[in-house]
Design a protein around this ligand. Structure first.
Ligand code: DUR
Length: 143
């Protein structure tokens, strides 16, 4: 994956963060998912007055893909977050545990181990999903 592809995906995630509905945490997260056909699908976190029901940005993006595309082959993910209007300017954002599992679902469907770029003020942390979620349980385990 080229550096310019990485930078474009991070830029898409930062743009997506502007769409966050996060009046309770005031922490705006954006996720951008790159599929093998070159398309980019984004998501932002959507909170709820019942705080525990917040939808994470990654989950929103995966939901968009799996509810509109028959099956996306997930190649790469960029995640960013921070204060409103300042994504990527604070501590590095890594996907939460639930998001790792949700990302694993679409990754296993497409047979990929996507690269995950985690944006933050210290630079971009590059990981593979298998590093974030080793020995994952997924569709393959159900036979
Ligand atoms: O991977 C993550 C971690 C957190 N959040 C959201 C949930 C909540 O709205 C806010 C603060 O936790 O950030 C995400 O969207 N993705």
């Amino acid at each position: 994956m080229t550096e310019s592809k990485r930078d474009a995906l991070i830029a898409a995630a930062r743009e997506a963060a502007a769409g966050a509905y996060a009046p309770y945490s005031n922490f705006h997260v954006g996720a951008a998912l790159l599929l093998a056909d070159g398309s980019v699908v984004t998501g932002a976190n959507v909170e709820n007055a019942s705080y525990g029901l917040a939808l994470c940005a990654e989950t929103v993006a995966v939901g968009k893909i799996l509810s509109t595309v028959e099956q996306g082959t997930l190649e790469a993910v960029a995640v960013t977050g921070g204060a409103p209007g300042a994504p990527g300017e604070g501590p590095t954002v890594t996907p939460c545990g639930r998001c790792r599992q949700v990302l694993n679902e679409i990754a296993q469907l497409g047979g990929t181990n996507p690269v995950i770029w985690c944006d933050g003020a210290d630079g971009v942390l590059e990981l593979r999903l298998s590093e974030l979620l080793p020995h994952a349980f997924g569709p393959a385990n159900l036979g």
